[in-house]
Design a protein around this ligand. Sequence first.
Ligand code: CA2
Length: 138
Amino acid sequence: MKKIIIINGPNLNLLGKREPTIYGSNSFEDFFNELKDKNKTVVLEYFQSNIEGEIIDKLHEVGFDYHGIILNAAAYTHTSVGIGDAVKAIDTPVVEVHISNIHAREEFRHVSYIAPNAKGVLFGFGLQGYELALQSFL
Ligand code: CA2
């Protein structure tokens, strides 16, 4: 079975608990469990960290034998040369996802260190963006 992982970056552990007008009112864990139930033909994993180096370590760990990586690096998207370099260095294709429309927000969110080496980018579709990213790997 294909192995696919969702990696979420800083503060996304607060989904469903804070700022529902921007990020919605569903917890990621509930959404993830539903997504797994709907996609039983793949091995779907989830990892979240607020720590840049842990996200880089996870990319190295999965980036040579998993079929796909769905990455929402959150604020590190706009700042992290290290995560960008890791995405470039690994073999597994990465789809970058953002819940909000980053291009309708502040200028600093228009920059991504991941996008130049991503297979594709999805933003502005809420949590459905993760589902669309998953479909792109199937
Ligand atoms: O829209 C996205 O998915 C973002 O990656 C979310 C990041 C933001 O820095 C990016 O520019 C766009 C922020 C994640 C914060 O998540 C929260 C969730 C609930 C409550 C507070 C923050």
